[in-house]
Write a protein that binds this ligand. Structure first.
Ligand SMILES: NC(=O)c1ccc[n+]([C@@H]2O[C@H](COP(=O)([O-])OP(=O)(O)OC[C@H]3O[C@@H](n4cnc5c(N)ncnc54)[C@H](O)[C@@H]3O)[C@@H](O)[C@H]2O)c1
Ligand SMILES: O=C(O)C(=O)C[C@@H](O)[C@H](O)[C@H](O)COP(=O)(O)O
Ligand SMILES: [Zn+2]
Length: 383
């Protein structure tokens, strides 16, 4: 390998009251102490069993650098995002005498970073956290922006905090072991960034969808597929950084990052978290696009573009047609809802997000019919 071809490290700065860096590249562990900052003595690495080997490598590296470093193993995927698991982590922190000058490092997918961020934000009312996302979705979305969350029986992410990390390390090498299924789920959020803010993302994927999906374990360091992937990741992180830098606490601009999520979170809950978040977001974006079309706000070709690009990478664009009442019930608890008013992020064009507030229930049901499995095409639902 020619040294000149090696992946260069890229840094995206997230602004706001507590700015921090998202570092993208390879062999980034050396950056961790600087992100943790001065004065940290103890570090708890939070990771799942699936990431145990990498987590132990991070723990050992920290120990070698002079930290008292511990490991806490948490359940996989959404199983980590519970009050019980948060309680377990608080117990570990308490028994190891973690003080306000100590820190947490999360290593894993978005579920792990959401849980670890929540634990860090609540322990002693807030200690330093650095995220090391190991899924595409974690890198482009979950680890960036400071939203932390656990689920409750009533729904997804219903308890959480806004708590920016001290930094984020995205090591592309982690993606080599990621199953295609999970890589593709991450593309759902990448494509979301394309639709809400950066059409170049859509063009890059449309130019070679199969090539992007096939990157699998074949990510050659410094090779062409890595270049494109790095560009997609960087562009997505830049979209997110720009939005959260302006609106950390979701009072305005940040809502656009929730494109497709009202319906997506309902699918996830109704399916008892057997769907990956990114796959649910894919269906949710088509639902939102159909809703906007039916409301006369979005042109047919943009709706078609949703289906085409999402299908081209293997993401779902439809859902079973016999769950409307349950889905609607869950959507009423979406965080964008105000009182009885359901609110959706919709598009008026690519990169032109808007809000649709209190849509006619007939329109909502019609959008659901359009994305229901076996829905007739071309569209037959009258406005
Ligand atoms: N906080 C936010 O802003 C935000 C944004 C988007 C999504 N999220 C949350 O993120 C979660 C979804 O994240 P996700 O898609 O990363 O799912 P995930 O965390 O459940 O990880 C998916 C699977 O990949 C495995 N895995 C992780 N890294 C791996 C690797 N390098 N190699 C092999 N396997 C690996 C995990 O063990 C898990 O089984 C959801 O809970 C969602 O709500 C949060
Ligand atoms: O960062 C945000 O803001 C987002 O909405 C990003 C979403 O991709 C992410 O899934 C987020 O966790 C959803 O937040 P929620 O407020 O709807 O729970
Ligand atoms: Zn999401």
């Amino acid at each position: 390998m020619n040294d000149l071809n090696r992946t260069t490290t890229r840094v995206v700065r997230v602004g706001g009251d507590q700015p921090y860096d998202v570092v993208l590249g390879r062999r980034l562990l050396g950056e961790l102490p600087a992100l943790l900052g001065d004065g940290v003595r103890r570090v708890l690495v939070i990771a799942t069993q699936a990431m145990a080997a990498s987590a132990e490598a991070v723990r050992a590296d920290l120990a070698e650098s002079g930290y008292e470093a511990l490991l806490a193993e948490v359940p996989d995927a959404e199983g980590a995002k519970t009050a019980e698991v948060a309680g377990f982590c608080w117990q570990v922190l308490g028994q190891a005498n973690f003080t306000r000058s100590d820190a947490i490092v999360s290593l894993g997918g978005g579920a792990t970073t959401d849980l670890a961020g929540f634990v860090a934000s609540t322990w002693l009312r807030g200690i330093t956290v650095v995220h090391i996302p190991t899924t595409l979705l974690g890198m482009v979305d979950a680890a960036v922006g400071g939203k932390t969350a656990i689920n409750t029986a009533e729904g997804k992410n219903l308890v959480g905090t806004f708590y920016p990390p001290a930094g984020v390390l995205c090591d592309l090498a982690a993606l080599e072991s990621l199953p295609t299924f999970d890589f593709v789920a991450g593309l759902g959020e990448v494509i979301k960034c394309g639709f809400i803010a950066d059409p170049r993302i859509l063009e890059l994927i449309e130019a070679d969808p199969a090539g992007i999906v096939a990157r699998g374990g074949k990510l050659a360091e410094g090779g062409t597929s890595e270049d494109v992937l790095l560009e997609l990741i960087e562009r997505s992180v830049r979209v997110k950084a720009a939005v959260v830098g302006e609106d950390l606490t979701d009072h305005g601009a940040r809502e656009i990052l929730n494109y497709g999520h009202t319906f997506a979170h309902a699918i996830e809950q109704v399916e008892r978290y057997s769907w990956r978040h990114g796959a649910a977001v894919s269906v949710g974006m088509v639902f939102a696009a159909e809703l906007a079309r039916l409301a006369g706000r979005l042109a047919d070709d943009v709706v078609d573009r949703h289906r085409a690009i999402l299908t081209s990478v293997g993401l779902p664009v439809s859902y079973r047609g016999d769950r409307w009442d349950k889905l609607l019930g869950v959507m009423r608890r979406d965080k964008k809802t105000r009182g009885d008013l359901l609110r959706f992020v919709v598009l008026e064009a690519v990169a032109k997000p808007a809000r649709l507030e209190g849509p006619d229930p007939v329109l909502l049901a019609a959008a659901y019919a359009e994305i229901s499995e076996g829905a007739p095409t071309p569209r037959t639902i009258p406005l």
